[in-house]
Design a protein around this ligand. Structure first.
Ligand code: NAD
Ligand code: TYD
Length: 353
């Protein structure tokens, strides 16, 4: 028997959001043992957790969620009380060039974890929880009006969102069919430190700094709803502890930005930080071929989470962006480490076809 109050498996804890969540739980809950399971794909980086890696309630386990035998062995070793599942392939552009990798990890991997949980936890699972971290992209693309609510029908349009939608359905199916205690949350676009620079905001920060072109897809008119990553982590913490089992929660920033406006804002912040003349960084903007099937607008109604659990985002976007820029400017080594190797090949393929 563990002396910890709860033993929690966090999958994908070496990635962007996972590392923020692991840090929050390890620091805030010394009475919990946190086991971070991660395959360390191109997106997983243990450097992200350097500051907490020697704390006694933290353990890292390298492993793949698709590996059935390894997952059974892990459950045997730790007798988990709960799982917070983040491990996934997470980048839409990669899902367009390699859809099957997304089916494998996001669909098959999630099903494997569900199955292992069902077999290892059954029948005494009243106090257990399988918390699945998902995205607003499962709801599809909005026109000018409206917001995604928890009851918006799923309408995924990219291989990434289709794979996440499928995993959400399997999680709910395990709840309805077998009674597995689950919660699903669907969050809007996150930003913040330790974000892999294939995604819009870190890619733009790094290219502005290096005086490289800023590749804007199409006309830059697509809209995303941005949330600071630590606010996502705090929402997960709240839902994990106080959410209703079998429930679904939308998480979002009430913070919609057209891509091009966001990039201008970022250029302005960077001009100041880098001592450039106002307008200098924006000269790097370069409109490129649009993403196939590019979803026009995402916007989350996070009203349920606010009403039921009192959550709201803590930071204004401008503040969060400035903090994010400061982190990237102060962490050149991290950037260098993640932008060598595999990422270089990806970047060449994506932008210099
Ligand atoms: P990320 O790509 O930065 O990290 C994913 C992590 O999962 C990496 O550490 C990677 O090594 C690990 N991983 C991948 N395949 C694995 C496998 N087969 N077995 C074990 N580990 C594996 O992703 P992120 O942006 O931190 O997203 C985390 C989760 O949150 C994902 O499920 C994603 O769908 C969801 N989400 C992301 C956003 C966003 O804006 N980034 C928004 C809403 C929801
Ligand atoms: P991204 O960060 O990939 O997140 P998602 O596609 O999951 O929302 O992209 C955010 C937005 O920025 C999206 O509308 C696509 C656009 N984008 C560009 O215009 N240029 C780029 O180089 C990238 C990576 C994204």
């Amino acid at each position: 028997m563990s002396s910890y109050k709860k033993v929690i498996l966090i999958t994908g804890g070496a990635g962007f959001i996972g590392s923020h969540l692991v840090r929050l739980f390890v620091n805030k809950y010394p009475q919990y043992q946190i086991v971070n399971l991660d395959a360390l794909t191109y997106a997983g980086n243990l450097e992200n957790l350097r500051d907490i890696e020697s704390l006694p309630n933290y353990i890292f386990e390298k492993g793949n969620i698709n590996d059935q035998e390894a997952m059974f062995a892990l459950f045997e070793k730790y007798s988990f009380d709960a799982i917070i599942h983040l491990a996934a392939e997470s980048h839409v552009d990669r899902s367009i060039s390699e859809p099957l990798a997304f089916v494998k990890t996001n669909v098959m991997g999630t099903c494997n974890l569900l199955n292992v949980s069902r077999k290892k936890w059954n029948p005494n699972w009243e106090s257990k929880l399988f918390y699945h971290v998902s995205t607003d992209e499962v709801y599809g693309s909005l026109g000018k009006e409206g917001l995604f609510t928890e009851t918006t029908p799923y309408d995924p349009r990219s291989p990434y969102s289709a794979s996440k939608a499928s995993s959400d359905h399997f999680v709910m199916a395990y709840h309805h069919t077998y009674g597995l205690p689950v919660i699903v949350s669907n969050c809007s676009n996150n930003y913040g430190s330790h974000h892999f620079p294939e995604k819009l905001i870190p890619l733009m920060i790094i290219n502005i700094k290096n005086n490289q072109p800023l590749p804007v897809y199409g006309k830059g008119e697509n809209i995303r709803d941005w949330l600071y990553v630590d606010d996502h982590a705090s929402a997960i913490d709240l839902i994990f502890h106080k959410g209703t089992t079998g429930g679904k929660y939308n998480i979002g920033g009430f913070n919609e930005w057209k891509n091009i406006d966001l990039i201008y804002l970022l250029c302005g912040i960077m001009d100041k930080k880098l001592g450039r003349k106002p307008g200098d960084s924006a000269k790097l903007i370069s409109f490129v071929k649009d993403r196939p099937g590019h979803d026009m607008r995402y916007a989350i109604d996070a009203g349920k989470l606010h009403r039921e659990l009192g959550w709201k985002p803590s930071l204004r976007f401008e503040e969060g962006l400035e903090k994010t820029v400061d982190w990237y400017l102060a962490n050149e080594k991290w950037i260098e480490q993640v932008t060598t190797g595999e990422y270089q090949h990806y970047y060449e393929k994506q932008y210099h076809k």
